[in-house]
Design a protein around this ligand. Structure first.
Ligand code: 5GP
Ligand code: ZN
Length: 115
């Protein structure tokens, strides 16, 4: 855990969040500033900075996060209509919280390309 990391603090229960589901490895909660009718964040409990710092041995965790995103989408009722999974990475990727997270966005049509 990184003491100054807001998502580590959410994982530790030190900052409240609207949690949809959780297991030993991951937590899914609603984004504070939703960009779609459904906007979830999937995070590993363990502090990993971004997709760019995942190591080969993190492959199982990375797969688990994707599977958890799909599970969360089903639970939130956006599986049938479709949704988008996004991992902003680094400065130009638009990452503002340096703890790996997958955005799961749904409930409206998504445009492409992203801004
Ligand atoms: P990023 O910009 O790094 O891809 O995404 C970070 C996301 O975390 C943003 O969508 C932002 O609204 C969300 N966020 C930042 N701080 C908090 C918080 O304390 N609680 C929750 N639920 N979401 C947060
Ligand atoms: Zn963290």
């Amino acid at each position: 855990m990184s003491d100054e990391c807001v998502f580590c603090q959410i994982a530790a229960g030190e900052i409240p969040a609207q949690v949809l589901l959780e297991d030993e490895e991951a937590i899914v909660f609603h984004d504070l500033n939703p960009q779609a009718p459904t906007h979830l964040l999937v995070i590993p409990r363990r502090h990993v900075e971004s997709t760019g710092t995942l190591e080969t041995e993190d492959g199982e965790l990375a797969g688990h996060l994707l599977l958890t995103a799909a599970r969360a989408a089903r639970q939130a009722g956006i599986h049938d209509s479709g949704y988008r999974v996004v991992a902003n990475t680094g400065n130009e990727g638009g990452q503002t919280v340096p703890h790996l997270h997958l955005h799961v966005l749904g409930g409206r049509p998504m445009s492409w390309p992203p801004g």
